[in-house]
Each structure stands twice: as structure tokens, then as C-alpha cells.
Design a protein around this ligand. Structure first.
Ligand code: DQA
Length: 162
């Protein structure tokens, strides 16, 4: 698989998979007025800190290749307790990634750095949204942070309920 980023698999009971889609490896220099100046490494480091604080394991993955994104979702379907995905350009085109999400049994948060609803018309349609738990769009890197905090929150709550 291409462009695998650091995996922070650790000691906690729950694992969250974060999948970054195509061109997100270029963050920092890619349209900084739209996507901000933080690099993907910066975002992953921030998420790792949140994960540590909230006591969940974190696996982060980036690929520019549709099939690789599908494979990692399949691989983690039974090895993770929640998924955060920014499908990037595939948001608007990929029936195949959407189909993989349908097979993922745990909560899924779709995230976007930019607000996809106040940009070009073609970005307003997400093929993913109907099959995800919810979408966080428009808060820059904090879209990921909020997604992770919510997942950690419900996983913690889950434990208390059992
Ligand atoms: C994006 C929005 C998509 O429309 C775009 O193709 C991206 C990034 C976002 O994070 O704002 O690559 O998913």
C-alpha cells in the first residue's frame, strides 16, 4: 500500500482508524487558503495526542489509491471500533469506497477540512454521507479532532454501559 502514515497502535481497549484520501499527503502546500497550513503529519500528531489523552489506540493511514483505501477499511473492519474518514476527492465519485463503508460495522465519521457545502456545486454531493454516522465539515484540522473526541466519548460510554 502506498503512503502509509505512522500507526499508533497501543495499549488501550479501543482502536480508531483514521483514513486520509487522495492529495491529503500534500497538505501544508496544497491550497493553504482552503485547507490550512498544517501538514498531514501535524494533523496525525495532534490526533495521536488526543487519542492518548482519551485513552484510545489510533491508526492513521493515507493513500491516493482507491483500492488501497478499500483494503484498509476491510482489514480494520474487525480490528477497530470506529472509523474517521476524509475520502477527499473520492467523496464525490467513489461507489466502491461507499460500498466498503457499508460493510464496516462500527460508527463512521466522515470529515472534511473545508466546508463542502459552500464551495463548488460538485462538492455538495457526498456519496458517503448516507452510509456514515455523521459528517463534520468546515473546521479545518479540528474536523478530525471533533470526530475523534466524539468517537472516544461514545466508546467510553459504551464501556460504562456494560
Ligand atoms: C476535502 C473536500 C473535497 O471536496 C476535496 O476533494 C478534498 C478535500 C476536504 O477535506 O475539505 O480533497 O475532503
Amino acid at each position: 500500500m502506498s503512503n502509509t502514515t505512522t500507526a499508533h497502535v497501543g495499549k488501550h481497549d479501543h482502536t480508531i482508524l483514521v483514513v486520509h484520501g487522495p492529495n491529503l499527503n500534500m497538505l501544508g502546500t496544497r491550497e493553504p487558503d482552503v485547507y490550512g497550513t498544517q501538514t498531514l503529519d501535524d494533523i496525525n500528531r495532534m490526533l495521536a495526542k488526543v487519542a492518548e489523552r482519551r485513552e484510545v489506540n489510533l491508526v492513521t493511514y493515507q493513500s491516493n489509491i482507491e483500492g488501497d483505501i478499500i483494503t484498509v477499511i476491510q482489514q480494520y473492519a474487525s480490528k477497530s471500533d470506529g472509523l474517521i474518514i476524509n475520502p477527499a476527492g473520492y467523496t464525490h465519485t467513489s461507489v466502491a469506497i461507499r460500498d466498503a463503508l457499508v460493510l464496516y460495522p462500527e460508527p463512521i465519521v466522515e470529515v472534511h477540512l473545508s466546508n463542502i457545502y459552500n464551495r463548488e456545486d460538485f462538492r455538495k454531493d457526498s456519496l458517503m454521507s448516507p452510509v456514515t454516522t455523521g459528517t463534520i465539515s468546515g473546521f479545518g484540522a479540528d474536523s478530525y479532532r471533533l470526530a475523534l473526541m466524539w468517537l472516544a466519548h461514545i466508546l467510553e460510554h459504551d464501556d460504562q454501559g456494560h
